[in-house]
Design a protein around this ligand. Structure first.
Ligand code: MN
Length: 242
């Protein structure tokens, strides 16, 4: 990995992008060609799989429109809002922005949330089959919800009960797992959230996330979602948040 990082630094230096890039570049432990320019958390990152990778549970056209239109739009509008509202994206973390979102405009709230939520959402999925949670995550789910099946029911109920557009979340709140949901592009990191915590799993329940394939059947989309959850990422996030 060290060699890859060194190569990337050399490449950036040669191409003249080093000044900006290196200043903002965290020392990722994993560098791959696909995230060569994955530098700022305020920018849209490459999708970690192909548009059709989550078929048949999430269709390729939905993924392509979701990523290239909806999510790209949030990232662009977030960048515009940061300029207008003088947020220094090279020295401000996205999380700290969300933690103080009540001090910014509605445009900032919608797009900072929209960008954060989608970047997280892509990471939380992977091509099927999805294996069930294991280890510390499985134990925490059983402790908080009784069983994995009971957890899925409760999470699905929360997602189905969210009227209109929004997200369902599994969060860490003061060291414990909890299910919550938020309207629009809000999330539990925001100071305006009813229930605050660190999101470790999220399901997008905007119609744009499922309407092409599932039309009005949000429940069917949510049932399919379990086939593509990346529980290893959820467990990593849980451990980091605990
Ligand atoms: Mn979405």
């Amino acid at each position: 990995m060290a060699n890859n990082l060194q190569n990337r630094r050399q490449f950036l230096t040669k191409t003249g992008k080093a000044g900006i890039a290196l200043a903002a570049m965290p020392l990722f432990s994993k560098i791959s060609p696909s995230n060569l320019f994955a530098i700022s958390e305020f920018q849209q990152q490459p999708l970690p799989y192909a548009y059709n990778a989550l078929e048949p549970f999430i269709d390729a056209l939905t993924m392509e429109i979701h990523y290239t239109k909806h999510a790209a739009g949030y990232a662009k509008n977030l960048a515009d809002a940061c300029v207008a509202e003088k947020v220094a994206t090279s020295t401000t973390s996205l999380t700290s922005l969300l933690n103080t979102i009540s001090t910014y405009t509605v445009k900032m709230r919608n797009n900072a949330g929209g960008h954060y939520n989608h970047e997280l959402f892509w990471q939380l999925m992977k091509p099927a089959p999805s294996t069930n949670p294991t280890g510390a995550l499985a134990a925490a789910i059983e402790k908080s919800f009784g069983s994995f099946a009971d957890f899925k029911t409760a999470f699905g109920d929360s997602a189905k009960a969210r009227f209109g557009s929004g997200w369902a979340w599994l969060i860490i709140k003061v060291g414990k797992l909890e299910i919550t949901s938020t309207p629009n592009q809000d999330n539990p990191l925001m100071d305006v959230a009813e229930v605050k915590g660190t999101p470790i799993l999220g399901a997008d329940v905007w119609e744009h996330a499922y309407y092409l394939k599932y039309q009005n059947k949000r429940a069917d989309y949510l049932a399919a979602f379990w086939n593509v959850v990346n529980w290893a990422v959820v467990e990593e996030r849980m451990k980091a948040a605990m």
